[in-house]
Design a protein around this ligand. Structure first.
Ligand SMILES: *[C@@H]1O[C@H](CO)[C@@H](O)[C@H](O)[C@H]1NC(C)=O
Ligand SMILES: *[C@@H]1O[C@H](CO)[C@@H](O)[C@H](O)[C@H]1NC(C)=O
Ligand SMILES: *[C@@H]1O[C@H](CO)[C@@H](O)[C@H](O)[C@H]1NC(C)=O
Ligand SMILES: *[C@@H]1O[C@H](CO)[C@@H](O)[C@H](O)[C@H]1NC(C)=O
Ligand SMILES: *[C@@H]1O[C@H](CO)[C@@H](O)[C@H](O)[C@H]1NC(C)=O
Ligand SMILES: *[C@@H]1O[C@H](CO)[C@@H](O)[C@H](O)[C@H]1NC(C)=O
Ligand SMILES: *[C@@H]1O[C@H](CO)[C@@H](O)[C@H](O)[C@H]1NC(C)=O
Ligand SMILES: *[C@@H]1O[C@H](CO)[C@@H](O)[C@H](O)[C@H]1NC(C)=O
Ligand SMILES: *[C@@H]1O[C@H](CO)[C@@H](O)[C@H](O)[C@H]1NC(C)=O
Length: 553
């Protein structure tokens, strides 16, 4: 998940909307969901209760997994030849761009993907590079959030995989140890960010030596998407300092103040926090960029360690319940679709974006983790609607930002306008119109399809993910790799931006691969046997206890 402020794009007028008294259709409760789970090692999974009542049967499709692996190889070869060890490939003219401090962002983001694909040559190339990264200096500003999810997450994940389930492969031990050493070195440089009056970090740093830039505020995604990586680093190194810093910052999000500003709906927050005081500065939010992965990590922390992070579960549950109660919105032209509105205090805005489409997968993960089929059923509805943004366009890829007219709010008001000229017919059939037509190699729609498949075993989600992958593979391939495109709704996708995002390696290619690949301990499990939890960059992090425990035990 990556930041992008949508609210600036959308004109909002003050109209208080009340959405009360409707119900969400949920499936029949799975039998046995309340049976406590007993600790059990190792796999294979057996008769544990989970969604659907019997364990999903997964179908391996090696030919498809290999086709995704081939796209990974193409992307890597272009990057390795023309850009490594810089951050990102410019595939159109075979040059590079240092968009993430020049530490080799694509290499570190590709690391855990190469590992789960068993692409040992690439693993070796990245492994040998890790000790050479100079995490003490860089010429450009450093984002605490982006550096945490890509570099820290990528390194920790590789270390967890190579010292865990992939420890049977032969590596040079000194290189493997260097991965953790480098992660620690990076965090030791980043931790100055937390040295503020409140403990809410300054997201923007300079290095050489590391120092804050003096930001006044920080947002809930950038504050609340550190705790998994920093806690894991503490657990791996035995030094509690890292986890404590991130958890202290998170406290301001677990107990938002002042409440009438920071928490317009129970569990659903504003966006910006004053770094000096820890107080919320606004009441606008959503499940999209700037907010997204704060909500995502609440349930993931509980999965990581249900003992230490029970309060995070409670806050996730509150946010999920409020979303189902207040934010559900059906387009006038397609009442069969379910999207989640954004909010400004309690006024809803009927806009969403590709980034927000992780929400289906997050509801599904929450439902699996908490034995709550209603979250899974609701998550599947969201997955369905996000897939609709893909199958409605000329390329088969969904747009960056989209809007719709809500069926239960006064029509044609400034807060609930109809489609713009030229998109009426598209809206009529598709249930949304396009406000930003780009696609920047984002993963969220395929990511949620992956969770849907792992929860249900329904092969239709493999088909959906395959169709999405084929569309992206066809449209975004250019020159020596893959690139963002400018318009998902014209054949060919418009212009190629000449930029291959590092998260293409970490996320799109990994989710596209895993949904067809053999079951493995790093895959999301539907029956409380998870040994890994994915950070927001899709780097699998080993959960603290090494195996999942029941929230009910
Ligand atoms: C190593 O372990 C992984 C994951 O358990 C397994 O898929 C792979 O076959 C094993 N490789 C060897 C060489 O034993
Ligand atoms: C960091 O890099 C900058 C720019 O290249 C340089 O001016 C500075 O001296 C370096 N600092 C350290 C501590 O190496
Ligand atoms: C948000 O709306 C509620 C009423 O719905 C009101 O009590 C509260 O003061 C508002 N908050 C802000 C910051 O305007
Ligand atoms: C942030 O908090 C500090 C300390 O309480 C205060 O002086 C400052 O005015 C606040 N800034 C804003 C924009 O509210
Ligand atoms: C809203 O505007 C559309 C298009 O201009 C029109 O067809 C429709 O009747 C209007 N609906 C209401 C309730 O005003
Ligand atoms: C929308 O679809 C309905 C029937 O599906 C049709 O009657 C109507 O003319 C369509 N409107 C537009 C603007 O295409
Ligand atoms: C994916 O794109 C690459 C590069 O254009 C192409 O070689 C490959 O055949 C495509 N894969 C599939 C399954 O279409
Ligand atoms: C391609 O980019 C150019 C220049 O930025 C722009 O004028 C043009 O509209 C774009 N074409 C498409 C199809 O998006
Ligand atoms: C490659 O393209 C980028 C823009 O996409 C441009 O900034 C850069 O100068 C180009 N480099 C060369 C060597 O052509």
């Amino acid at each position: 998940m990556h930041l992008l402020d949508t609210r600036a794009v959308v004109m909002v007028a003050a109209l208080v909307v009340t959405l009360l008294g409707f119900t969400i259709q949920v499936g029949a409760a799975a039998p046995g969901v309340n049976t406590p789970y007993r600790h059990r090692l190792p796999r294979p999974r057996d008769a544990r209760p989970h969604y659907g009542g019997s364990p999903p049967q997964y179908v391996v499709n090696r030919a498809r997994a290999d086709a995704v692996k081939q796209a990974f190889q193409i992307s890597w070869d272009g990057y390795y030849q023309y850009a490594f060890p810089h951050d990102s490939l410019r595939p159109v003219n075979n040059t590079f761009y240092d968009d993430r401090n020049g530490w080799g962002a694509s290499a570190i983001d590709a690391f855990s993907t190469a590992l789960v694909m068993g692409d040992w040559k690439v693993v070796e190339e990245i492994l040998k590079y890790v000790p050479d990264i100079n995490f003490d200096n860089t010429t450009t500003e450093v984002s605490l959030f982006e550096t945490t999810i890509r570099y820290l997450g990528g390194l920790i994940s590789a270390y967890d995989l190579m010292t865990g389930p992939l420890g049977n492969h032969t590596y040079d031990t000194k290189y493997v140890n260097s991965i953790l050493h480098q992660a620690k070195r990076l965090a030791d440089n980043l931790k100055v960010a937390f040295d503020t009056p409140s403990g809410v970090p300054d997201n923007n740093l300079r290095f050489g030596p590391p120092r804050k830039t003096g930001s006044d505020s920080n947002g809930i995604a950038t504050i609340g998407t550190l705790v998994l990586e920093w806690t894991r680093l503490s657990d791996l190194t035995g030094n509690p300092e890292y986890g404590k810093l991130a958890q202290r910052a998170e406290r301001y999000l677990l107990e938002p103040k002042p409440k009438n500003v920071g928490e317009p709906f129970p569990g659903l927050l504003g966006t910006n926090v004053n770094i000096s005081s820890g107080l919320f500065l606004d009441s606008g939010g959503g499940w999209g960029g700037s907010d997204d992965s704060f909500y995502e990590y609440l349930i993931k922390m509980f999965l990581y360690d249900p003992v230490r992070f029970a309060e995070y579960r409670d806050r996730w549950t509150l946010a999920a319940d409020s979303s189902m109660e207040y934010l559900v919105s059906h387009p006038t032209s397609r009442p069969d679709l379910t999207y989640l509105a954004m909010w400004n205090n309690r006024t809803l805005q009927f806009v969403s974006e590709h980034l927000a489409c992780f929400n289906g997968g997050n509801f599904i993960l929450g439902g699996l983790t908490l034995n709550e089929p209603r979250y899974i059923e609701f998550g599947l509805e969201l997955v369905d609607a996000c897939r609709n943004t893909y199958i409605s366009t000329a390329t088969g890829i969904g747009p960056e930002i989209f809007q719709w007219q809500d069926s239960r709010t006064g029509l044609n008001t400034s807060n609930n306008p109809g489609p713009p000229n030229g998109q009426a017919s598209f809206y009529n059939s598709s249930g949304f119109w396009i406000s930003n037509s780009g696609y920047v190699l984002r993963p969220e729609v395929i990511e949620s399809m992956y969770y849907a498949y792992r929860a249900t075993g329904d092969t239709k989600y493999q088909e959906w993910a395959w169709d999405a992958f084929l569309a992206v593979n066809r449209t975004c391939a250019v020159g020596s790799g893959y690139s963002s495109i400018s318009n998902v709704n014209i054949p060919g996708g418009g212009n190629h931006s000449n930029f291959q995002e590092s998260f293409w390696f970490a996320e799109v290619l990994k989710y596209s691969y895993l949904i067809h690949a053999e079951d493995a301990v790093w895959q999301v499990q539907a029956d409380h046997t998870n040994q890994f939890v994915y950070n927001t960059e899709c780097h699998p992090i080993r959960i603290a206890s090494g195996y999942e425990r029941s929230p009910l035990a």
